[in-house]
Design a protein. Structure first.
Length: 109
């Protein structure tokens, strides 16, 4: 992901940027960001994830390979790890693969 503006000159991958943005939406303000008094967001996990999903689907800002695990709620890049439980419509990271039964979607259409 190439940023139009990177004031801190951080060499982060897309997942790290999404994690920081998610934390921001949940109320954790990074040191380098200064908001006017009373403008601190405080969204639930679902609300914050909805904003990220919207940006992925409707703007070319966040790669759509960054997923949130439906079990532990951590973010991961689906190009390099994790999977999708098709019959349940859930994503899972490598750390949560044990949550998905072996052969979970075999024979399902």
């Amino acid at each position: 992901m190439e940023l139009l503006k990177n004031n801190d000159k951080r060499e982060w991958d897309a997942q790290q940027w999404v994690e920081e943005f998610y934390a921001f939406l949940r109320g954790e303000i990074p040191e380098q960001i200064h908001l006017p008094r009373g403008h601190k967001p405080k969204m639930s996990q679902k609300q914050a994830h909805s904003v990220i999903w919207y940006l992925q689907e409707h703007f070319p800002i966040i790669p759509d390979t960054i997923e949130q695990c439906d079990f532990c709620f951590n973010f991961f890049d689906s190009n390099s790890e994790g999977g999708y439980w098709q019959t349940k419509g859930k994503c899972f990271c490598d750390s949560c693969r044990y949550e998905v039964p072996e052969n979970y979607d075999k024979g399902k259409k």
